[in-house]
Design a protein around this ligand. Structure first.
Ligand SMILES: [Zn+2]
Length: 240
């Protein structure tokens, strides 16, 4: 592979050797790429701070040996998207990164998903919004993009469009009061989910804990975990 210059989100980082860091990047034009950033854990490093998880960067990488690229230059594309010192926003941004980490995007360009991630990060950073539903809205975008959106406007068993009362991700969506598979969902939750998916996400994010939030979170989490085949730590309420 030749040198790569691309926009990227830093999905995950881990320490390597004395002063290096390996970064998992989701790039706009090359999908997920792993790279080593040499010397960035030294106090004198000029590029270390831009290589923290959730950062949106412009990066230049050179081909290395094996599968690791070598980071040559890094700068912030948007330095306001760092979320330091705001735990709720940092948690929401970290949840987006956990989903990206779980998606199989190695060297597979997904520019539309990249733009969706950037929009989600900007929503998390927007001081007019409560950030905690952003990752759950993002979950539905991922399910839609992968063609596995659960059905939520009619019963997956009998097709009824009224009295929808339950949801089961593995069963493919909602069921009516006669069929009942999964956990109970309220009309408020189904309305909230439709607003989030069909154009009123901005309105939803301006409300603090809108009615049905907890159910929508559970529906989103179960559907996405079922699709990814793994648990999403950041999508669960903190253990007491
Ligand atoms: Zn039914």
């Amino acid at each position: 592979m030749n040198d790569i210059r691309d926009h990227a989100v830093v999905v995950r980082t881990f320490k390597s050797g004395e002063s290096d860091r390996v970064v998992v990047l989701f790039t706009k034009s090359h999908g997920k790429v792993r790279a080593i950033a040499k010397g960035v854990r030294k106090p004198t490093s000029k590029i270390g701070s831009a290589l923290e998880s959730t950062a949106l960067i412009d990066v230049l990488m050179a081909s290395g040996r094996g599968e690791l690229q070598i980071v040559r230059q890094v700068s912030y594309l948007d330095a306001t998207l760092t979320f330091r010192g705001d735990l709720d926003r940092l948690h929401a941004a970290s949840a987006l990164m956990e989903v990206l980490d779980a998606l199989p995007l190695e060297n597979e360009p997904a520019p539309e998903l990249f733009e969706t991630v950037v929009r989600a990060l900007r929503a998390v950073a927007n001081s007019e919004f409560y950030p905690d539903l952003v990752p759950f809205a993002f979950a539905w975008r991922v399910l839609e993009a992968d063609g596995v959106t659960p059905i939520v406007d009619h019963c997956v068993n009998c097709g009824a469009t009224e009295h929808l009362t339950s949801f089961d991700g593995a069963h493919g969506g909602v069921t009516c009061r006669d069929c009942q598979v999964g956990f109970p969902v309220s009309p408020e939750a189904l309305t909230l989910l439709q607003r989030m998916r069909l154009g009123d996400l901005g309105g939803v994010l301006r409300e603090e804990r809108p009615a049905g939030s907890d159910e929508v979170k559970r529906m989103s989490r179960e559907a996405l975990e079922g699709h990814l085949g793994r648990r999403l730590r950041t999508f669960r309420p903190p253990a007491l």
